[in-house]
Design a protein around this ligand. Sequence first.
Ligand SMILES: C[S@@+](CC[C@H](N)C(=O)[O-])C[C@H]1O[C@@H](n2cnc3c(N)ncnc32)[C@H](O)[C@@H]1O
Length: 295
Amino acid sequence: MTGFSSEWLSLREPFDREARGVAAQSLKLPALGARLRGADPRSTLSVLDLACGTGANLRELAPRLGGSQQWTLVDHDPRLLEELPVVLAAWTRPNGFVFRAEATCMHIEGPGWNAKVQPQCIDLALEFDTVPLAGQRLVTASALLDLVSASWLDALFARVSAAGAAMLFALNVDGRVAWDPPVAGDEEVNRLFALHQHRDKGFGLALGAEAAGFVVGRLQVMSYDVARAASDWCINAIEDAQALVMLAAMVEGMGAAAIEQDPTARSSVNDWMQGRSRVLGKTRLRIGHQEIVAA
Ligand SMILES: C[S@@+](CC[C@H](N)C(=O)[O-])C[C@H]1O[C@@H](n2cnc3c(N)ncnc32)[C@H](O)[C@@H]1O
């Protein structure tokens, strides 16, 4: 369950972007970027993105953080890392940014910001000690925390705090799932899906939807100044053809996870999938997410 296809990442990205755009206003990211640079506004802000996938977190944060930036993008999936130059180049073109790829790094220039980007293939579960934390000013991850365990996060927080870096964790599911219209079986599938989220994804028993609350509690105890903002997915198939594709993928994925969690529920989960498919074109789904910034 640690394989994420680039198709799924690109399908979810517009919904991630919309959700994070709302949250970004209250998180005041340009001010965070300026604060992390300290006295010299021209200094380079070093950012480490854990479990980067195809770079969605950089696309979201780099223009908002502003100024000169150096990104280290870490993932364990070499196929996703190989796609980075193509995906980043495709993002820069319509936005009018300048993109240049070299053998081991990429450079992007936008209005008021520029970033040097270096990918690294590291398994965050098995090779955690090799993650380059020294010298980082900001450690970030999007859509990762539900996959990891409490002990893995404690080890991360100890290293990040020793490095003196701030943290920004985006798109942390918080367990709120609201289907409109409801159909029979919603609650049962939501319950099984939530249980499935706690399965070990390589990092120990996963925190699933409890990750956001755990992280806030731990970082406050460590005396970080913690801010959070809702970044809910609002997927509305009534207004948006892309939302219909996203919802179909979610019904399939949640149904498959529910059956894997409880094979005896196969028949009722199949009924739920059929019921959901019948109303797909008039469905709205809200999935609760939280953004967390600790500095
Ligand atoms: C839900 S995706 C999020 C990707 C990206 N951050 C985004 O927001 O689009 C989870 C990412 O975690 C990565 N991942 C899962 N297990 C990992 C591990 N043990 N080490 C490094 N990356 C891992 C996957 O390859 C995938 O890119």
